[in-house]
Ligand binder design. Structure first.
Ligand SMILES: [Zn+2]
Length: 449
C-alpha cells in the first residue's frame, strides 16, 4: 500500500490537521466571509429596523437605515447597544418577534435591578446548537464522546447551550449541572467522560474534591475541557490541565449575543476563533467609541448577523481584548480573539493602577504553598482604595509559616503587577467554592448614589 491519504474531514496538513464540524464555512476564504457578512448585516439591520421600534428610531437618527448599508464599514455609523438598553426595555422590548413565536427564553440575574431577558426562535436555537457543536469540535471533542456537562442548567445559558451543542455534535451528554461535586467525580470516572464542560473555577473544585477522595482524575478518560463564563488566566489553565489530565480550552459567549459558543479556542490555543459567519466583531476604544487598529487592546463589540428573535446591533460587551485575522495553524479562517483579560466592569483602579482579578490570579496560581482559590477585597481607606488579597494555604502547610507566605505573595504581586496589596493567608477550604461563576472580588467601597 502507498502512503496513507488524508481523506477524513480535516484541515491543514500533517500535525496541524484537525477535525472540523462544518469544514466548508470554517475555512471560507476571508473575502467570501466578508461578502456573507455584508449580506447578513443588511438582513439583520432590516429585521431590527422593521420590527424593533427602539432600533428603528436610533437608526433613522444616525443615518444608517437598511438601505444605507453598502459596506461592512457602515456598521460604524450605527449606535451602540448597551446592557442597560435591554434592562430599560424589560422584558421583551428589544425582541423582533412576538414572544409567542419564540421557542425559549433565558435570563441573566443582574447584580442590580432587573434581569436581562433574551429570546430565541426555533431557527435561533438551531444556529446556537450548531455553533456550540462547532466550538466543541474545535476544542477537540468528537462525535461519540461522553460529555460531562457541569454548567448550571436553567435560566443561565451555559447548561442548555453546551447540552444541545454536544447532542448536535453527535456526542453523548451527561446533563449533570452544577453542585453535588462528589457525585460529579464518581460519574466522570464511572461513565468514562472524555469531555468536561464547566466554569474554570468549578473545574478546580472538582479536581480538589477528587483529590480529597483519593481519585486520580488524570487516570480517567478525560481528555478535553471546555471552560468559560468567567475570565481565567493561562496559569490557571496549566493548573487545571495538570490536575485533571486534560487539554483545557477557553470558550466565550454571552447571553445577550447568544450564549456560549460565540468564540472558542482551537487545539492550537492561540486565541478564540470568533464565528464570523454569524457575528460581526469590532474592537473599539472604550472611551471614544472609535475603532482601534487590529492587534490593539480595546473593548469587544459584537453585532449578530443571523439572530431572528433578538438582533443585536453593536453590543458593547465590556470585555477588553484584541483580535487578529492572521491565519491560524488549524486552517480555520475566522478571526481570533485573544483570551479576555477581564471585563471592564471588573477592572479595579488601585491607587491609579488598572488591575483585573485575572492578573492577580496569574501571579497566585503556581506559587508554592498556596491553593488556587482567592478573593480580592477592595475597601476605601481614607481617600484611597486598598486591596486585600485573600489566598488559601495548601493542605498540610504549617500555620506558623502563613506570615512568610503572605509576605512572599505580596512581593510577587508588587513586582509583577505593580500594586501594593495586603495578603491574608486563610486555612484550606476557607475561601468559598463556586458551583458556577466564581466571585473574585468583594467590593466594600461605599456605593456612589
Ligand atoms: Zn485555529
Amino acid at each position: 500500500m502507498g502512503a496513507t491519504t488524508m481523506m477524513e474531514v480535516g484541515l491543514g496538513t500533517g500535525a496541524a490537521m484537525r477535525y472540523c464540524f462544518q469544514p466548508d464555512v470554517e475555512t471560507l476564504p476571508r473575502e467570501r466571509l466578508a461578502d456573507l457578512q455584508l449580506e447578513r448585516l443588511r438582513a439583520t439591520v432590516r429585521n431590527a429596523y422593521d420590527n424593533v421600534p427602539f432600533h428603528r428610531a436610533r437608526l433613522q437618527k444616525s443615518g444608517a437605515t437598511p438601505d444605507d448599508i453598502r459596506s461592512l464599514d457602515a456598521v460604524r455609523r450605527m449606535p451602540f447597544t448597551l446592557k442597560s438598553d435591554l434592562r430599560d426595555h424589560y422584558p421583551f422590548g428589544l425582541f423582533a418577534r412576538p414572544v409567542n413565536a419564540l421557542a425559549r427564553l433565558h435570563a441573566s440575574s443582574g447584580t442590580t435591578g432587573k434581569p436581562t431577558v433574551v429570546g430565541y426562535t426555533p431557527d435561533d436555537l438551531t444556529t446556537w446548537a450548531e455553533l456550540m457543536a462547532r466550538s466543541m469540535a474545535c476544542a477537540g471533542a468528537r462525535p461519540g464522546d461522553i460529555v460531562h456537562n457541569a454548567y448550571g442548567y436553567g435560566l443561565f445559558t451555559g447548561g442548555l447551550g453546551a447540552h444541545y451543542g454536544a447532542e448536535r455534535l453527535g456526542a453523548v451528554v451527561v446533563p449533570m449541572s452544577g453542585g453535588s461535586t462528589e457525585r460529579q467525580v464518581a460519574l466522570i470516572v464511572d461513565f468514562g467522560a472524555r469531555v468536561l464542560c464547566a466554569t474554570p473555577s468549578y473545574a478546580l473544585a472538582i479536581a480538589e474534591v477528587a483529590e480529597k477522595q483519593g481519585v486520580d482524575l488524570r487516570q480517567s478518560a478525560l481528555k478535553v475541557g471546555l471552560f468559560g463564563a468567567e475570565p481565567w488566566s493561562d496559569a490557571m489553565r496549566r493548573e487545571i490541565e495538570a490536575r485533571l489530565g486534560l487539554s483545557a480550552v477557553d470558550i466565550y459567549g454571552l447571553s445577550e449575543i447568544m450564549g456560549p459558543g460565540v468564540a472558542c479556542e482551537c487545539e492550537c490555543k492561540a486565541g478564540l476563533h470568533g464565528w464570523e459567519d454569524h457575528f460581526l466583531f469590532e474592537v473599539i476604544d472604550p472611551d471614544s467609541g472609535e475603532a482601534v487598529p487590529e492587534g490593539q487592546l480595546g473593548e469587544l463589540v459584537i453585532t449578530t448577523l443571523t439572530k431572528q428573535a433578538l438582533p443585536m446591533l453593536r453590543y458593547r460587551t465590556r470585555d477588553i481584548t484584541k483580535v487578529t485575522t492572521t491565519p491560524c495553524e488549524c486552517g480555520r479562517t475566522h478571526l481570533r480573539i485573544l483570551r479576555i483579560t477581564g471585563r471592564n466592569d471588573d477592572m479595579l483602579i488601585i491607587r491609579g493602577v488598572n488591575v483585573y482579578p485575572s492578573q492577580v490570579e496569574a501571579v497566585l496560581v503556581g506559587l508554592p504553598d498556596i491553593a488556587p482559590h482567592y478573593q480580592l477585597v477592595v475597601e476605601r481607606r481614607g481617600s484611597l482604595d486598598a486591596v486585600t488579597v485573600e489566598v488559601e494555604a495548601q493542605p498540610g502547610t504549617e500555620p506558623h509559616v502563613y506570615d512568610r507566605i503572605a509576605q512572599r505573595v505580596a512581593h510577587h504581586i508588587k513586582s509583577l503587577i505593580g500594586i501594593t496589596a495586603d495578603v491574608e493567608v486563610k486555612q484550606p477550604g476557607e475561601i468559598p467554592r463556586s458551583q458556577g461563576k466564581a466571585v473574585r472580588v468583594r467590593d466594600l467601597r461605599p456605593k456612589a448614589n
